[in-house]
Design a protein. Structure first.
Length: 122
């Protein structure tokens, strides 16, 4: 069997690979360069989605006048309570909360006020 060398060369900011050969046992698999290019594009799109989400989270923290936002996990650790206890606090309107992108956040200044009202130590 005549094997052609694998050649990679830049073209329009992407890599074009003529083919990829892999032998598994008695079988030889040929993968077209277009398939590999589509796979790379899919991976890059995933990275872009993650980057956009991280940017959105950073903007979210900046939009509250520099006041730090805490999520449920942070607040549970801070107050030493369970998720269910936080849900009770929210339902009784003892603590203010914000729902952003289907996640619950608390402003640190409002948490401090809540802790003072409840007589909790930091």
């Amino acid at each position: 069997m005549n094997k052609r060398p694998i050649v990679a060369r830049p073209f329009h900011y992407t890599w074009h690979i003529p083919f990829l050969v892999r032998t598994i046992g008695d079988y030889t698999m040929y993968v077209d360069g277009e398939v590999i290019e589509k796979m790379i594009v899919t991976i890059l799109e995933g990275f872009e989605r993650i980057e956009r989400k991280l940017d959105r989270m950073n903007r979210l923290k900046d939009c509250f006048d520099g006041d730090e936002l805490l999520d449920n996990v942070d607040l549970c650790k801070l107050l030493n309570v369970t998720d269910r206890t936080l849900a009770r606090y929210r339902s009784k309107k003892l603590i203010k909360y914000y729902i952003i992108d289907r996640r619950i956040y608390y402003r640190s200044s409002e948490v401090r006020e809540f802790m003072k009202a409840q007589g909790m130590k930091r």
